[in-house]
Design a protein. Sequence first.
Length: 202
Amino acid sequence: MPEISIITIGGDAGSGKSTVALALALKTGFTRLNAGYMQRERCNDPKHNPKGLDLQAYMAQLSPQDDQSIEDEMKETARKKDRLIMEGRLSFSWVPHGKPVLKVFLSVDPMIGAKRILDQKQQSSARREERKDKTVEETLKDNEKRKGDEIERYKRVYGLNPYDLKQYDIIIDTSYQTPEEVVQQILNEANLDKGSTIYAGL
């Protein structure tokens, strides 16, 4: 098996995609690209979001051109560079033909995912625009609506469903696993050196 050049990470809300991607980057030294962070930055920018919509509403009204600009930026990076971790709903479809890739999907029990998201919103300043006084049940409903909106939009615009598991090389249920355990499964699947240097500061 050729050495993996790119790892893509998609998955359910609250499955730990960003946590796992960061831990994986620290373990391997791969560069991390995150479409979600790019979208959040635009949501917080009045130039891109003059109505001041929250993230869910902002994402629902994005035009194909908005999606395309982020996709093009990540595709261009993937074309020019190797040793990448690409996070994003459609990142599995952005890898240039011929590059060895491992496509990862992280799943999670919906209630556990909702609780993780609620805990993160209460603790993290990085998602200040999404912070509201909500219950786990309300967060679960939000997640379900967002997933439905995403499936409809991606099918309509791209003809792809990011939740179709047939498109992935490995599906990992993170409900009762630590990020370290999930990372180890990905390293094993990718045949990457388990003794890789820890790269601090990524």
